[in-house]
Design a protein around this ligand. Structure first.
Ligand code: UP5
Ligand code: MG
Length: 196
């Protein structure tokens, strides 16, 4: 498997913007595999014998960004597995990169993204969604304290990644304050305009 041949779309946006929700829809209609960096980290955290379990749990609870070596290794493995098992070459990378150095490292060692899908949403709406999800999600970071930390890290560290891709004309921005179906209809326009 040569990852430099893969088609990658980075799916970015604040905590609760709807990245996961929209990726699940995209993967049903297009030939993309959905790889959520957060989900991969949570799985690794639970995996028996993982040497990173505790580290991941602590970082996620504090809304901090897990050292990129861990996340990139998980992403590369998942891409390789999808290729070997299902011959998949198109990937939605959800919630990554969250920091400039991660973007650089991924481009160096994997591939440049075809484009960045950015779900833009106000903190007010995000907060409401996350608190509501927190009632049933069981996620250690769906509480008001962690959410505030996640917002700060997104604004200070992750938004600059999106801005850097904007300068390279790679960002397709979507208003994700609309209903799930309205957001998805905008998503489809992007994928169709690019012939995917
Ligand atoms: N919902 C979704 N769309 C809606 C809509 N249009 N209208 C109304 N409601 C909508 O959606 C969130 C909630 O909103 C759901 O209840 C949904 O039904 C509803 P979801 O699709 O889950 O949004 P998503 O953007 O995926 O939110 P998520 O909480 O997953 O985003 P985060 O970016 O915060 O979480 P992630 O899992 O990516 O990362 C978690 C942590 O892992 C990070 O804080 C960090 O500590 C760590 N991490 C790393 O260190 N490195 C990485 O590379 C990635 C993660
Ligand atoms: Mg998610």
């Amino acid at each position: 498997f040569d990852p430099s041949e893969a088609t990658v779309v980075f799916v970015l946006g604040g905590p609760g913007a709807g990245k996961g929700t929209q990726c699940e829809k995209i993967k049903n209609d297009y030939k993309f595999v959905h790889l959520s960096a957060g989900d991969l980290l949570r799985e690794e955290q639970k995996r028996e014998g993982s040497e990173y379990g505790e580290l991941i749990q602590n970082y996620i609870r504090d809304g901090l960004i897990v050292p990129m070596e861990v996340t990139i290794a998980l992403l590369k493995n998942a891409m390789k597995e999808s290729f070997e098992k299902e011959n998949k070459t198109h990937f939605l990378i959800d919630g990554f990169p969250r920091k400039m150095d991660q973007a650089e490292k991924f481009e160096e060692t994997v591939v440049e993204p075809k484009f960045v899908l950015y779900f833009k949403c106000s903190e007010e709406v995000l907060l409401k969604r996350l608190l509501e999800r927190g009632e049933t999600s069981g996620r250690v970071d769906d509480n008001i304290e962690s959410i505030k930390k996640r917002f700060r890290v997104f604004e200070e560290t992750s938004l600059p990644v999106i801005e850097a891709y904007e300068k390279r004309d790679k960002v397709r921005q979507i208003n994700s304050e609309q209903t799930v179906e309205e957001v998805y209809s905008d998503v489809k326009k992007v994928f169709e305009s690019l012939g995917l």
